[in-house]
Design a protein around this ligand. Sequence first.
Ligand code: HEC
Length: 126
Amino acid sequence: MLRPIPRLLGASAALFGLAALLLPACGGPPPKDPSQMTGAELFLANCARCHGRAGEGSFLAPNIKGASEHWTVDQLVIYIRDPQKVIAEDERLRAQGQQYSQRMPAFPQLSPDQRAKVAEWVLRPR
Ligand code: HEC
């Protein structure tokens, strides 16, 4: 009469063990520390939702694949921190901004080093 209970306990212990083994695999790798991200990873995390994964542009933001025609890394480091300040002083950027429903946000949360990494990635030779 007592036998089914230990068997049930054994089975649930086995299932629990299996779940403990499998569950961590479902979550994928833990999120990466932003200070360790490469320029490409910073771009994907901060810019790609508007500019597209390769910077090809979308209805939200211009194509920036040819950005090296207009920008140096140092200029982009300043721009990314506070785009609207730079846009206000630049005729071409002002005209371009009017084509999009929302302005490019500022990225004060990115350190100068992170902005340089993302700028280098945007301006990399293709
Ligand atoms: C919410 C959408 C959005 C996000 C996110 C965004 N941008 Fe932009 N970006 C824009 C828009 C819109 C413009 C056009 C200027 C304006 O109106 O602000 C622009 C303009 C630019 C330009 C100038 C293009 C030119 O013709 O010279 C560069 C370079 C740029 N973005 C890079 C970036 C980088 C790098 C990031 C990430 C750190 C980023 N953007 C994130 C929307 C976005």
